[in-house]
Design a binder for this molecule. Structure first.
Ligand code: GAP
Length: 458
């Protein structure tokens, strides 16, 4: 049964405790952008590192790459993004609010409430455009007698210089992988099947960014293009389906909140012959967490046809060369973060008081251990606690020194950010070289010898 955590609970905790802040907030914000604070950046890194370990480091058939975000515009022409990476846009003739036609009931404007104010949807391309080099795009406005050129304008038909210097911020990391497929084949001679993995930023000019980081204009993807023989795509897709379940479990997401959706042809991306969406019961409802697509040889063939370079794979046993087909498991970092936080967000009662805590898997927790002297005005306690802190910090890295407020308040604060253990140094510690270790989930406390501490906390 899904929990009833609200999105507001998560957003408010993230802001209050320094996980995620609205982008450019000090200047009134920038819609669809988010900034990561000290704890958010740790959580995000832990998720991304876990992914890299599972899907690259722990396997023999995977190779990592890190391609440039700015790519030759031919990449996006060949991939079909220039023509088809669009959402249907409608505008209200009364209040001029703009919406995605497939996300609203277009009989009535959701902003001003007026009926029948929308015309036919037009296709809005979601790629962010810019120009490379010292070019100031000029828009050409035509009227009956001739043309007028307006420097720096942002819409309309552009002059030739602006068109040829056009670059897009990548809307998916995948194309940086496809364009490097041949480089890796030529430098590593991998056995097929093999995969290339990349993590990095992607940008989409979403018509309606919404639901916290769920639909942002700037976000991160973790993508794999797995190159297979065309006869084996079904078997390989099945392996990646099972691998994706391993991933959701490693994120601590309960199986009964994760669902597969076999995406019907009409909803599939232009390059896909089969797509399974992995959905999660987010506080906003059941929505896409990650995707798994069979992209056929669509991308490599497009590159071969448009670049004139041969994309064939030559089997080492002398078999016939062929253009590999591709299975693409794709994971959004922000959606993983939102799912992890939603699954971890827990409320209970301790000694008659309501408690909020993040029941994060220890390997994802932004802070692994918090260390406190029982009293911060007793130099001998502070000195001992500092020693323990320094030792643990060397070993665990993300260890927090916390001497604010009384010990009860410290525990609550650490619970709220998901710290699995709190270590407290008291007067007995000075005598017996042991400390109190308090467990986040059970709130149980036990005495542990300092010499045994690192074993206990692992
Ligand atoms: N290369 C395939 C591809 O990009 P996609 O389904 O468009 O496929 C993959 O995106 C994943 O990226 C999604 O499953 C989602 O997790 C994430 N994603 C897509 N758009 C997003 C957005 N606007 N904000 C946050 N995450 C997004």
């Amino acid at each position: 049964m899904a929990k009833t955590t609200s999105l507001e609970d998560i957003v408010s905790l993230c802001k209050r405790r320094g996980f995620i802040f609205p982008g450019s907030e000090v200047y009134g914000g920038l819609s669809g952008t988010w900034d990561y604070g000290p704890l958010g950046v740790e959580l995000k890194r832990n998720i991304m590192q876990l992914w890299w370990k599972m899907f690259v480091d722990d396997r023999e058939d995977m190779y990592g790459i890190d391609a440039a975000i700015l790519m030759n515009q031919k990449v996006w022409q060949a991939s079909g993004h220039v023509d088809t990476f669009t959402d249907p846009l409608v505008e209200c003739s009364n209040c001029h609010g703009r919406f995605r036609a497939d996300k609203i009931d277009i009989s009535k404007c959701p902003t001003c409430g007026k009926k029948n104010t929308f015309g036919e949807p037009r296709q809005f391309n979601m790629m962010f455009k810019t120009n490379i080099g010292p070019v100031e795009p000029k828009v050409i406005v035509s009227w009956t007698e001739g043309e007028q050129v307006i420097p720096g304008s942002i819409s309309g038909k552009y002059d030739d210089e602006a068109e040829t210097s056009r670059v897009y911020l990548r809307p998916e990391t995948a194309q940086g992988i496809f364009t490097n497929y041949k480089n890796v084949v030529d430098s590593f001679y991998p056995d097929l099947p093999f995969g290339l993995a990349q993590q990095g930023k992607a940008f989409r000019n979403e018509i309606s960014p919404r639901d916290f980081v769920f639909r942002s204009r700037e976000f991160e993807q973790m993508e794999i293009e797995y190159f297979v023989h065309p006869d084996n795509w079904e078997a390989e897709l099945e392996k990646w389906r099972l691998q994706t379940w391993e991933w959701t479990r490693a994120l601590g997401l309960p199986d009964d909140q994760v669902h597969e959706l076999d995406v019907p042809e009409s909803d599939r991306a232009h390059y896909s012959k089969k797509t399974i969406d992995f959905e999660f019961d987010f506080p906003i409802g059941r929505e896409e967490l990650s995707g798994l697509a069979y992209r056929t040889d669509f991308d490599l063939m497009n590159i071969q046809n448009n670049s004139g370079k041969n994309m064939e794979y030559r089997p080492k046993d002398g078999g016939k060369a062929f253009v590999p087909h591709v299975i693409e498991p794709t994971y959004g970092v922000e959606r993983a973060i939102m799912a992890v936080l939603s699954a971890a967000y827990t409320e209970d009662e301790v000694n008659g008081e309501k408690r909020t805590y993040l029941k994060l898997p220890a390997h994802l927790a932004p802070v692994k251990v918090a260390v406190s002297p029982l009293l911060k005005n007793k130099p001998e306690l502070v000195a001992k606690a500092r020693e323990v802190y320094a030792t643990l910090k060397k070993e665990f890295g993300s260890v927090m020194w916390d001497d604010n407020g009384n010990i009860g308040k410290r525990y609550r604060r650490q619970d709220e950010i998901g710290t699995p253990y709190c270590v407290t140094i008291d007067f007995d510690s000075l005598e017996d070289d042991s400390v109190t270790v308090r467990n986040r989930d059970t709130t149980d406390q036990e005495r542990v010898a300092i010499a045994e501490l690192s074993k206990k906390l692992k």
